[in-house]
Write a protein that binds this ligand. Structure first.
Ligand SMILES: C[S@@+](CC[C@H](N)C(=O)[O-])C[C@H]1O[C@@H](n2cnc3c(N)ncnc32)[C@H](O)[C@@H]1O
Length: 297
């Protein structure tokens, strides 16, 4: 299976679909969420994005549907191209698909020895191996600290810069080998997941593209339109939470001249919705998912 959609019912319900409305699924993947949206639409339209060319094979043959093989950071431009000024809902199911994790040569998984790639879009020039072999020790330290949330990030950056003096690091196993002295064996999986997460975020510029998406969503949603975001790690979730609350990424609500808060969204979910035990049992990728829903004022 290409991808088992996470929080499918709750996220699509969160869009509060109007049968003749216009919707966007910015992370098409295997198309699970898109298909569920189309089932609720009558003569509306669904525009979907995925930057991974592999996702194109899952396209849906339906006159109401368009799949765009580009980064969702270009959302506004492509909606304009399709003559859409405003939309009634935007759904983002962030991160990588199971397909991307499960194909060894994509280099996303710690489970396989493979080229250190991690690009969602294979035509983009920078791979994870370019980052580990060219970033300074200080840049690598920052990356593992900020994107991997690793406390002893200095050990990892030093291990990498020392190893690459001898030979460039080009495979997942070479990377794992050189950093293994930085964590106890029984915490191997946790640390490696953090290292791989940090590199993946950097390769795909995930934090910056998420910011661009949220800002454009604010501009493009019609009043009453819904923003539905499923995130998989705390860095993403914090950005989404702050933006929904305050319209900025720091989460500081500004006030007008009269002291009234200036907000663009009504929070539909004050606390994120998480998958229940049954979903997690059936789909381990759902484990870290957090769903937030907001309505444009
Ligand atoms: C978690 S999967 C989505 C799965 C999908 N909801 C489903 O039901 O199959 C995330 C997908 O979004 C794509 N993606 C992630 N970031 C993107 C971006 N900035 N622009 C376009 N596509 C992106 C990935 O390539 C991946 O296929």
């Amino acid at each position: 299976m290409y991808h088992n959609p996470v929080l499918l019912q709750k996220s699509v319900e969160g869009l509060n679909i109007i049968p003749n409305g216009n919707y966007v699924d910015v992370t098409f993947g295997g198309g699970g969420h898109s298909k569920a949206i189309l089932q609720k639409l009558v003569d509306g339209k669904l525009i979907a994005f995925d930057q991974d060319a592999d996702a194109l094979k899952n396209t849906i043959d339906d006159d109401r549907f368009v799949l765009i093989n580009h980064n969702f950071q270009f959302l506004k431009n492509f909606l304009r191209l399709h003559k859409l000024e405003k939309v009634d809902g935007i759904l983002a199911d962030l991160g990588v698909s199971s397909h991307q994790f499960d194909v060894p040569e994509r280099g996303f998984s710690t489970r396989f020895d493979a080229p250190l790639d991690m690009r969602m879009n294979n035509s983009q020039p920078v791979k994870a191996s370019d980052i580990v072999n060219t970033y300074s020790e200080e840049e690598l330290k920052r990356l593992f600290r900020d994107y991997g949330e690793i406390k002893n990030s200095g050990c990892f950056s030093r291990a990498i810069t020392e190893a690459r003096e001898i030979k460039p690091i080009v495979t997942t196993n070479e990377l794992i080998d050189c950093v293994k002295k930085c964590f106890p064996q029984h915490k191997k999986n946790k640390f490696l997941a953090q290292v791989f997460q940090a590199l993946r975020i950097e390769v795909n510029d995930e934090m910056q593209t998420l910011k661009l998406l949220l800002e454009q969503a604010n501009e493009l949603l019609a009043p009453g339109g819904r923003l539905v975001v499923i995130s998989y790690h705390s860095l993403e979730d914090r950005l989404v939470k702050n933006f929904i609350k305050s319209g900025n990424f720091k989460g500081i609500v500004e006030k007008d001249f009269f002291g009234n808060p200036i907000v663009s969204f009504k929070q539909i979910t004050r606390k994120p919705i998480m998958p229940d035990d049954i979903e997690i049992e059936n789909n381990s990728r759902a484990r870290s998912a957090k769903l937030r829903i907001a309505e444009k004022i």
